[in-house]
Write a protein that binds this ligand. Sequence first.
Ligand SMILES: Cc1cc2nc3c(=O)[nH]c(=O)nc-3n(C[C@H](O)[C@H](O)[C@H](O)COP(=O)(O)O)c2cc1C
Length: 298
Amino acid sequence: MNHMESFLARLGDDRVIQGPMAGYSDRAFRHIMIEHGCRVTTTEMVSVEGMVRNGEKTLELLRLADNETSDGVVVQFFGADPHSYSKAVEMLLKSYRPLCIDINAGCSVRKVVKTGSGVALMSDPKKAGDIIKAVKSVDGTLCVSIKFRLGLTFDSINYIDFAHVAVDSGADILTLHPRTASQGFSGVADHSRTAALKKKIPESIVVASGDVMTVSDIARIRCLSDCDCVMVARGAIGNPFIFEQKDKLAVHSEERVSALYRHYALLKHYEGERRAECLVRKFVKGYSSGIRGFSFCP
Ligand SMILES: Cc1cc2nc3c(=O)[nH]c(=O)nc-3n(C[C@H](O)[C@H](O)[C@H](O)COP(=O)(O)O)c2cc1C
């Protein structure tokens, strides 16, 4: 089996992957998603420069959850320097070998973009290609994906050309969030663009990311885009049930509340009591929306 076949085999028939979310997809988050049937998780984005500078400390961010195995995790890196990527990957491989290494070319947060990382890479496809080559140069059998948007603005849409450069440089997987950087998260994800990408580059694994909030969105986007895999990001916040093909509102409120307390217990386990109390607040609304009179008591 080559690494692309291994990736698809790992996903199983559902072909749904949990997407990277800075500030959310930490170990506790991934742990509870796996408990609800998620087969492939993705870390938060991790700075390659941080890896190069702080080594062990940044590697902490890449520690696996207790129920997570390295062959089911995608590690996402961000940065702009190919050399730093190869160093970061070398360091990571001393700890474990992930299912895939993902390169962030989609983050539109100013702090990231101004360093030439994230979606800024879309204005420099050659550099993105050099980054992919740098990762592959560490180990040519590593599975490498790149996650990107349509382009910077509607006037500079270049996702197809960008994807061609990525594939020619060795990318195995193309993950498209079909919005422009200037859109941020506004408007809708235009998955007819994802379909166009799959049509142009059928030999690559294409992952569709964007506006996957319910079980029916998974089927709708798969059908609309002809993608190989659908990525769930915001739709998994306070909603691990989506990986069991269950809609949150169809899940009994007691089960949702008990999942919230389970998530909290996992946060305490991984992050300690004090941090957990703060972190859990981001999830309360997701788990409890629509439950009348609910109040969370940490
Ligand atoms: C809070 C938050 C953090 C995110 N962090 C990352 C990240 O670290 N790396 C990345 O590639 N995308 C990140 N994304 C984008 C998501 O992975 C996904 O592509 C996007 O939210 C669209 O999918 P959705 O509409 O199904 O959520 C983030 C999104 C959100 C809402």
